[in-house]
Design a protein around this ligand. Structure first.
Ligand code: IPE
Ligand code: IPE
Ligand code: MG
Length: 252
């Protein structure tokens, strides 16, 4: 199996996934869109398990965007129900596997009972250290940046911060996921080639892997393919190839 080809010492520290294609997966089978979301939950379970087995320390799943609130009411309700049900039924496995659950986004917009369930699971799992699983919920990248700026202005007014001390590190600490490492790898399923308001600040130097596989069909094999693709990239961060490869490759 191709998993053996993975270099364990070069795994991304943080993988972020835009889980797209549930609706089209269902429509292609003559099913209603919500059937695709239900199947999408099976993919979430499989990928969380796989990421933990492979040894990915942090996985962020784009589960519901701020724009998704404007979808038909019945679809929004089903997505909220599925989230609630996932948290209820997976918490035991999450605890057994040492997974810490976190969330980023405007969580205040979630239905109160879902919010309560999420808070409980986050609290219960806070001491787990194997892997951190982050759900982006009611999440918008621009909103995240605006929320950070609001808090920065408030802190500045109180005299806790001044313009001279502002730098990238200070700014990122104000984002929802604070000091967490940026995603090294961003995966998008479902065939579209866009970012859809996801982690705008954090993906500055992420490697991007887009696949036509619809999210409900995404499993460990597809995750391994994405990781192998990632490991084949040369990350230059603005430098030249020679600089990145070190002195032995210079003049060659
Ligand atoms: C992704 O699948 C899930 C969410 C956005 C919540 P979509 O529902 O966007 O599926 P498509 O893109 O319409 O196929
Ligand atoms: C992005 O998918 C949001 C999530 C995966 C939760 P969308 O289906 O909402 O994005 P667009 O509309 O194709 O850009
Ligand atoms: Mg979509």
């Amino acid at each position: 199996m191709s998993e053996r080809r993975l270099q364990k010492d070069r795994l991304p520290r943080h993988v972020a996934i835009i889980m797209d294609g549930n609706g089209r997966w269902a429509e292609a089978r003559g099913l209603e869109r919500n059937a695709g979301h239900r199947e999408g939950v099976e993919a979430v379970k499989a990928i969380v398990r796989a990421a933990n087995e492979i040894g990915i320390p942090r996985l962020t799943l784009y589960s519901f965007s701020s724009e998704n609130w404007d979808r038909p009411k019945g679809e929004v309700q089903e997505l909220m129900r599925l989230l609630d049900h996932y948290l209820e039924t997976e918490v035991d496995e999450v605890m057994r596997n040492g997974i810490r659950i976190e969330a980023v986004g405007r969580l205040d917009r979630l239905p109160p009972l879902v919010r309560k369930r999420l808070d409980d699971v986050m609290e219960r799992s806070a001491g787990n250290r194997e892997m951190t699983l982050v759900f982006a919920l009611s999440y918008g990248g621009r909103q995240e940046i605006v929320d950070a700026v609001s808090q920065i202005l408030r802190d500045a007014e109180r005299g806790q911060l001044d313009a001279e001390n502002m730098d990238e590190k200070t700014f990122s600490a104000y984002l929802y996921d604070g000091d967490a490492p940026d995603p090294d790898l961003l995966i998008r399923t479902g065939g579209e080639l866009r970012v859809s308001n996801f982690l705008l600040w954090q993906i500055a130097y992420a490697e991007i892997h887009c696949t036509g596989t619809m999210w409900p069909d995404f499993r460990k094999d597809q995750l391994v393919d994405a990781l192998l693709d990632y490991q084949g990239r040369e990350r230059r961060f603005g430098l030249t190839s020679d600089q990145v490869r070190g002195p032995q490759s210079e003049n060659s």
